[in-house]
Structures are given as C-alpha cells and as structure tokens.
Design a protein. Sequence first.
Length: 200
Amino acid sequence: MQVFIGKQAPDFTAKAILPDNNIEFEFNLKRYAKGHKCVVFFYPLDFTFVCPSEIIAFHNRLGDFADRYTKVVSVSVDSHFSHLAWKNTPHSKGGIGNVQFPMVSDLNKNISRAYNVLNDDGISLRGTFLIDEDFNVRHMLVNDLPLGRNVNETIRMVDALHFHKENGEVCPAGWHKGDEGMTASAEGVADYLTSNVDKL
C-alpha cells in the first residue's frame, strides 16, 4: 500500500520514543491518532543539520496543533536508541531537547516506503502528511533534503481542512484562517474573483 490523497493513510506499528522518553515497542499510528487529525512528518536522519530546526519548530508549535485537535508524529530511519540519544543532547551541541511528540523508528524502512518518501540512498525525504479524523490523507508535501519545511504552512493546511469541513466552502489560493472562502460553483468563483482578484 502506498499513500494517496483522499485514501486511507498507511497504518503502521513500530518502536517509538514517547514524550516521556519511554520506549513504546508497538506504537500504532491509527490507535494514537484516533478521534484527532494527525500530522506525520518524515525527516532524513538524527544528528544532522536541517532536521533539528524542523523538529524543534514542530515542538514549539505543539500548542497550536493541540488547539486544532491535531497530533504530531515524526518518523525517520534511525533506531529508537538514536532518537533518545538525540533528545538527550542539548541544543548547544546540535540536539533537539525533550521534544513532546512520539518519534518513530523506521529501521526496516517499510513506513517510508509505504509513504513513498524513501530515496535511493535509503533515507527519508522531508515528507509531511495531514491525516483527518477518518484516517484519510488530505494533504501531502515532500521536500528534497536541503529544503526545510515551513511548520506555519502545515498549520495553515490544518485550518483549511477544518474550514472546509465546517463550512462546506473551498479555500482559494493563499487562504488563511479568518479569510473568505469560496462556494464550489461557477457563481461562487465569479463572486470570489470579483472582490479578491487583485489580492491573489
């Protein structure tokens, strides 16, 4: 099974380091995410360069995700021992500190294959996947290794999904929480463009 927009997310059970630094030997994504939206993000390797900035950025925005009933899970091809060692390394030495979301070990690389983010060198690209309460993939973005992602964009997508589910309207280009939506019809497009074309 591979990931597709609008389809069920590939489920997995694997070892993970939990926020309290305990090891969960059978961490299951579907069970963990139950009743919530979930952001699963892949990163290449522990103890590397762009990765700690992204992981800390997700950690620093956990309150924003929690406010949106959204859980966060990270995945890389490192062992759970490596994850724990990195959490125990201070920022001043390139560590990530005690981040408060599960860090999954994809040592056999099956999860990265299922989500189609495994590159030819056997490490994960910077894939980000937004999974809704029904465990369907609603948004995915994959960056190459040198290109760090924007966590604010991930939150924008969570807001857009919530807006669509609540209002039935669609979110035009550049939409942010609080902005006008669009009715998915010819009339809706015309009405939206009449007042917003210069803002696009």
